[in-house]
Write a protein that binds this ligand. Structure first.
Ligand SMILES: *Cc1c(COP(=O)(O)O)cnc(C)c1O
Length: 446
């Protein structure tokens, strides 16, 4: 039995139809460096999806390796109730300085979905103990993605993940989100005034007083297919949340840490959410950790004598893990010392221009969208009418398999091919992956 066969004997892979592995066996990776993964046969793959969007500064980064090794030799883990350690303290001190003004308190979890669950419970309990127990509802957008645990799945709005589980899920106030490629108002994003926010306004009028929080992925609905929308939408949302005493929860798990060209996506709209969730790139993609960050006002509503029963009684065994914290501190060091964001900005312009030059006239590329180093190509059957291929054709999946043969890991969302590479990707790597991408698309669509 080879390694892939052995894998399939024992392992149930995430987010996969396991039967698909019959003709695409798991690729067993041996090692990685920078943009590239190397399998056990020595074949290399350009990881332009940052291994599910978490690898921020390239694989096997020398500095992060060193930081984690140093931590490993001192302290691998410690209970985080009543105990603390230097790496966690340093991380929070450094991070608070970078966060939108007013976010001051950091709560630790060990994956993104858990950070969302913590945010929802935190918001709910805040209202409960500040005289608004009627604020029980959550608002979220169509096509939102916030993770896979039951609470996080409830606020998510992608049927692929949640449809079967509807009977188990919370009853969410679902608001029609922005859809800039197929804008109902026939506006372009750079000129619009987020007219589509009017549907949210209606729901605020009706349900605002009973709503605890509005959760949103700022600037990009990533799992929806890298749908980018105007910062004006977020500005309007911030105002509306204030008016109705509804918390604004910004899920920056995918879009934080420079992915959109700014440190946080909320920076584009110059807003501070009441609660922000971070994950993925937080540890450079090294170790599972996530954060739920909030302000003094929310924190203080939990601060009381023990017997008042106001504490936030929520925990995860591995929260505040020192190894993860040491990686996260080094990520911040690297972002600062190596001026990663300003260098990435230049490459982002190059990347987007190259994609436009390559695909603007392509028969089947309906939309090319980009912000920061995130670039997406939406493949459509009918470009004029923006009509997608029948999803049963699995066009995106076929292109994915084709690109893999050519050494490119381009895991699409439906028929949206996207690039979300490490911020350290080089110009030469960009041109090479665009070339392979074009070849793969043309081989499948002829
Ligand atoms: C990935 C993701 C999550 C969930 O994080 P996990 O670590 O996979 O649980 C939540 N929200 C967004 C926007 C994400 O991209």
């Amino acid at each position: 039995m080879n390694l892939a066969q052995k894998d399939l004997k024992y392992i149930w892979h995430p987010c996969s139809q396991m039967k698909d592995y019959e003709d695409l066996a798991p690729i067993v990776i041996d090692h990685a460096k920078g943009l590239y993964l190397y399998d056990t046969n020595g074949k290399k793959y350009a990881d332009v999806v940052s291994s599910w969007w978490c690898n921020l500064l390239g694989h096997c980064n020398k500095r992060i390796n060193k930081a984690v090794k140093q931590q490993l030799n001192k302290l691998e883990h410690v209970i985080f109730a009543n105990f603390s350690h230097k790496s966690a303290i340093e991380l929070c001190e450094r991070l608070v300085k970078k966060l939108p003004k007013g976010l001051t308190k950091v709560f630790f979890t060990d994956n993104g979905s858990s950070a969302i669950e913590a945010a929802m419970k935190m918001s709910f309990q805040y209202h409960y103990q500040t005289g608004n127990p009627q604020k029980k509802k959550f608002m979220a957008l169509t096509n939102a993605y916030h993770g896979e645990t039951v609470g996080a799945l409830s606020v998510g709005g992608v049927d692929l993940y949640s449809k079967i589980f509807k009977p188990l899920l919370l009853d969410i106030i679902r608001i029609d989100g922005p859809d800039c490629y197929r804008c109902k108002y026939n506006k372009s994003m750079d000129k619009c005034n987020a007219e589509c926010f009017e549907s949210a306004e209606k729901y605020f009028k009706e349900y605002g007083n009973n709503t605890s929080a509005f959760i949103v992925e700022p600037i990009i609905q990533a799992a929806a297919g890298m749908k980018i929308y105007s910062p004006v939408y977020l500005k309007k949302l911030r105002k509306c949340c204030d008016k109705y005493n509804v918390h604004l929860i910004a899920d920056e798990i995918a879009v934080g840490y420079g992915r959109t060209g700014k440190m946080f996506a909320c920076n584009h709209a110059d807003i501070t959410p009441d609660i922000m969730c971070l994950g993925k790139g937080l540890t450079g993609g090294y170790l599972p950790m996530a954060l739920t960050v909030t302000n003094d006002k929310i924190y203080n509503a939990f601060y009381a004598d023990y017997n008042e029963g106001k504490a936030f009684v929520h925990s995860h065994t591995y929260c505040g893990n020192p190894l993860a914290c040491s990686a996260a501190v080094e990520v911040l060091n690297i972002l600062d010392d190596e001026q990663i964001l300003s260098k990435a900005k230049e490459n982002a312009i190059y990347f987007n221009k190259l994609l436009k030059d390559t695909f603007a006239d392509h028969k089947y590329i309906g939309d090319i969208r980009n912000i920061g180093l995130i670039n997406a190509l939406e493949i459509v059957e009918d470009k004029k009418n923006k009509i997608s291929f029948d999803s049963k054709k699995r066009t995106g999946y076929k292109i994915y398999k084709e690109a893999l043969k050519m050494g490119l890991l381009l895991r699409p969302i439906g028929d949206v091919m996207y690039f979300n590479p490490p911020l350290t990707i080089k110009k030469s790597e960009i041109s090479s992956v665009v070339k392979i991408c074009k070849q793969a698309i043309n081989n499948i669509l002829k």
